[in-house]
Write a protein that binds this ligand. Structure first.
Ligand SMILES: Cc1cc2nc3c(=O)[nH]c(=O)nc-3n(C[C@H](O)[C@H](O)[C@H](O)COP(=O)(O)OP(=O)(O)OC[C@H]3O[C@@H](n4cnc5c(N)ncnc54)[C@H](O)[C@@H]3O)c2cc1C
Length: 375
């Protein structure tokens, strides 16, 4: 009757998924969100709800986890890729590769759907409330605390049809990829880079120019937008008695930076560990540790490819009419990938220590992040 409320730090997908699970099971939940609204660090960004790393479709998985699917989305079954020589690759898939969704506080966004569901279940969400610690029962879900990769570019309005376009070229996005997503009249263009953050402005402008030439990118009312991502997987994701969920725990696809699916899965598992007094580390390790480890091996491999290697990979991936099948295969755990993991970990670690960014008189996203975390 007089149980202490469960406190959650962070109203991102991880925190809200945890709150919904707890409230559905009759718990009193208070979520503290440092920003004035949900999804503030994205604020209208378009992202992909990844759909290839597990057998079950992500929408079906969300519904099974008891989470709302009441958000605007577009299934990505057809797209255009380009290599450094600007050769075009048509990628198509029978099953959606991902669903394009909107992040932030807008109507129909992913975050708004989760917030509405949480509040309808009686969860209290306190905005402008930055938690320093949680004395009683609770869950930590405050997002990334370091930059292993950054994505920098613009949001804009457009008349273009819904779709996705990407370029794999180290001159545009070192170690990563550049992309454009469009959903119902809004778009995002980004350079997602894994090194040389200091030169982010150069890569963004090259990315914009490339998409203008390749697909006639036109941006109305463009607004700069940038973010960073954390991929550091540790042995334990408990801070004292508190489970750590989502990107604060480094749960993310290390190859390309898809973190939403892991955020909601880990949020639900964190809630279940409190509800049933289960060991959280055992739960997340059993559920998805192996697929994150595979993504670390994939990243180490990708980081060695360079432009010629990306061209080889694009040729392979564009073959056939079901890219979903190819990607599922690439993400499937195997004995070989398990054996390669220690080497992949070392390689990924050394790439993270990017000495090209000296942080003096620097305005890169990584440095801005450091500034933010000091205040
Ligand atoms: C530019 C960009 C593009 C991306 N694209 C994709 C994509 O296409 N697909 C995909 O799957 N993933 C993508 N990601 C990653 C994805 O957005 C994240 O992995 C996901 O949002 C993580 O959810 P989370 O709940 O763990 O953290 P967050 O979404 O970061 O939420 C954490 C919340 O906690 C709040 N907070 C922080 N500190 C405190 C505190 N002390 N007290 C209270 N509240 C606090 C923050 O304000 C924030 O709202 C992208 C990331 C970036 C930066």
């Amino acid at each position: 009757m007089n149980e202490e409320p469960i406190i959650i730090a962070g109203a991102g997908p991880a925190g809200l998924a945890a709150a919904i699970t707890l409230a559905t099971n009759g718990k009193e939940v208070i979520v503290h969100e440092a920003q004035p609204f949900v999804g503030a660090r994205f604020d209208g960004d378009l992202q992909g709800l990844e759909n290839w790393s597990r057998k079950v479709d992500i929408l079906e998985q969300l519904a099974t986890l008891g989470l709302s699917v009441d958000f605007r989305r577009h299934p990505a079954i057809f797209g255009l890729g380009f290599d450094a020589w600007r050769t075009e690759y048509i990628v198509s898939s029978k099953t959606p590769l991902f669903y394009t969704i909107e992040r932030g506080p807008g109507e129909g966004s992913f975050d708004t759907a989760l917030l509405n569901q949480a509040e309808s279940l009686g969860v209290e969400v306190k905005f402008n409330s930055r938690l320093k610690n949680i004395p009683g029962p609770g869950i930590l879900a405050t997002g990334p605390k370091r930059a292993d990769a950054i994505a920098v570019g613009y949001h804009f309005r457009t008349n273009a049809a819904n779709g996705f376009w990407f370029v794999c070229d180290d001159e545009l996005a070192p170690g990563g990829y550049s992309y454009v997503l469009v959903l119902d009249g809004i778009g995002t263009v980004k350079s997602c880079m894994f090194r040389d953050f200091k030169n982010e402005k150069v890569y963004v402008e090259r990315t914009v120019t490339a998409f203008e030439r390749l697909v006639g990118l036109e941006m109305r009312d463009r607004v700069p937008h940038a973010g960073f991502g954390n991929f550091t997987l540790r042995g334990s994701e408990q801070s004292g008695k508190h489970p750590i969920a989502g990107e604060q725990a480094g749960f993310q696809d290390t190859l390309w930076g898809f973190g939403i699916r892991y955020a909601v899965m880990s949020g639900v598992l964190a809630a279940r560990s409190l509800l049933k007094n289960l060991d959280y580390d055992s739960l997340w390790k059993r559920e998805f540790r192996s697929s994150i480890e595979v993504s670390v091996v994939n990243r180490a491999f990708y980081s060695m490819l360079g432009n010629r290697g990306y061209r080889w990979a694009l040729r392979k991936l564009a073959r056939g009419d079901n890219l979903h099948e190819h990607l599922s295969e690439i993400y499937r755990p195997s004995k070989l990938k398990r054996l390669l993991l220690p080497i992949a970990n070392i390689r990924f670690k050394s790439l993270r220590d990017d000495e090209t960014c000296c942080h003096e008189n620097c305005e890169c996203v990584f440095c801005r992040h450091c500034e933010e975390s000091r205040t």
